[in-house]
Design a protein around this ligand. Structure first.
Ligand code: NAP
Length: 405
């Protein structure tokens, strides 16, 4: 019996399930193959579980009925990463949220990484505070790009467009260009980011803020990231993207295209991740307040219970578990109302997706974020949010958490 056949048999056992769930490393696959030789395992009729097949480091996983090939950190142990990048200098341009997270993780992984930012700007100072040394591994943007073999463009999306006429000639043959968002090349009609034809262009997009990229890495965990290839001139672009994804601190990595990454990303952050959820919080809170409920009651029923009790359950165990963990009264009502919210919101989500695809959201973002006073304008809007009653109440409620007393 081949190891692969054995693994297939093992899939149908509860014993294998726990092994497969933790199959983040080759060691786990070895354990599977060894365990698979036991006859009792083959006879089990336990519920089917997600299939998993090892093919030269790739894993095909069944995500709710759709097979996807994914990669995991265990496929790229540190020694393999160090060997893979032994002749490379990674020039990371921009030291904002992602530059910070990805840069420090690369450095801690022992990869040869340098930072390129505007001299004496806010990022230059932040980089020095994080231990980057001018002239050693901290340079102005041009010098860093010239020194780099892999240029990681982690400027803000607006800055990528603004600086492109200057940066493009520095991206000479043999270098690799890396993004963490498909924004600039996909919307090139608007951004003018037309990548040189003779270099590999790849993407690794962590699904979270750069602060989380860093904090998960420090905890020994990893952020989920997507990866994609825009241009492959060496035949090695995909492999390079996967290796870089692991090197910057990813846990599991799934394949996408530049177009799909940018669409899902712009859509998600405007929807459930940020804009949509804020809109829903505000609507619910306002109705409670207008109907005579106290700030404490309105805030606890809208935000505090969500973030402190229920959403963590969704994150850890799933939506069904969360429903199951609540009273039958709550469960009945939530199950009845969920389709109504879905029907009301789906047209809004479709409108949003259309605006992402036709470039309206990109145009809006570029125009706003290219203004010299964009930071002040954002601050004004954030101040307005800070001053909303709901978030002022939130500040007081957080203070009252026993752990903050
Ligand atoms: N933040 C996230 O959660 C996240 C998640 C996934 C992917 N991404 C992607 O990662 C990339 C970087 O995003 P980010 O959020 O890390 O960016 P950010 O925090 O906005 O970083 C801005 C960086 O760009 C520099 N910069 C701005 N304008 C510049 C200019 N005109 N010339 C030179 N440098 C300029 C800033 O330097 P100064 O300090 O000198 O102004 C700073 O280092 C983007 O493509 C983004 O879409 C972000």
């Amino acid at each position: 019996m081949s190891a692969r056949q054995s693994i297939r048999i093992l899939r149908s056992t509860a014993a294998a399930r726990s092994v497969i769930r933790s199959a983040a490393s080759k060691r786990a696959f070895t354990a599977l193959a060894v365990a698979a030789t036991r006859p009792a395992v083959a006879a089990s009729t336990a519920a089917p579980i997600r299939p998993i097949v090892q093919q030269r480091g790739l894993k095909s996983i069944n995500f709710g009925g759709t097979e996807e090939v994914v990669h995991e950190r265990g496929d790229w142990p540190r020694e393999k990463l160090l060997d893979y990048f032994k002749n490379d200098t990674l020039a990371l341009i921009g030291y904002g949220s992602q530059g910070y997270g990805q840069g420090l993780n690369l450095r801690d992984n022992g990869i040869n990484v340098i930072i390129g930012v505007r001299k004496d700007g806010a990022s230059w100072k932040a980089a020095i505070e994080d231990g980057w040394v001018p002239g050693k591994n901290l340079f102005d943007v041009d010098t860093a790009i010239q020194k780099g073999t892999i240029v990681m463009n982690l400027l803000s999306d607006a800055a990528q467009s603004e600086t492109w006429p200057h940066i493009k000639p520095l991206l000479t043959k043999g270098k690799t260009l890396y993004f963490s968002h498909g924004f600039s090349p996909v919307f090139k009609d608007l951004t003018k980011v037309e990548t040189p034809k003779d270099i590999d262009v790849i993407l690794v997009a962590p699904k979270g803020s750069g602060r989380t990229v860093r904090s998960l890495f420090k905890e020994g965990r990893g952020i989920n990231s997507s990866y994609a290839v825009w241009q492959d001139v060496t035949g090695k672009a995909e492999e390079k993207a996967i290796a870089l994804a692991v090197a910057v601190g990813s846990g599991y990595i799934y394949k996408t295209t530049f177009e799909k990454e940018v669409r899902s990303d712009l859509y998600g952050e405007r929807g459930c991740l940020m804009g949509g959820i804020h809109g829903m919080f505000l609507a619910q809170y306002e109705v409670l307040r207008e109907r005579g409920h106290s700030p404490s009651e309105a805030f606890n029923e809208t935000v505090e219970e969500a973030t402190q009790s229920l959403y963590p359950l969704i994150g850890k165990y799933g939506m069904d578990y969360m429903y199951d963990a609540c009273s039958t009264t709550a469960r009945r009502g939530a199950l009845d109302w969920s389709p109504k919210f879905k029907d009301a919101l789906k047209p809004v989500f479709n409108e949003l997706y259309d605006r992402v695809v036709d470039g309206s959201e990109t145009k809006r973002s570029l125009e706003f974020n290219s203004q010299p006073d964009y930071r002040d304008k954002f601050e004004k809007e954030l101040q307005e949010i800070r001053e909303l009653e709901i978030w002022r109440v939130g500040k007081e409620v957080r203070k009252l958490r026993p752990e903050n007393n």
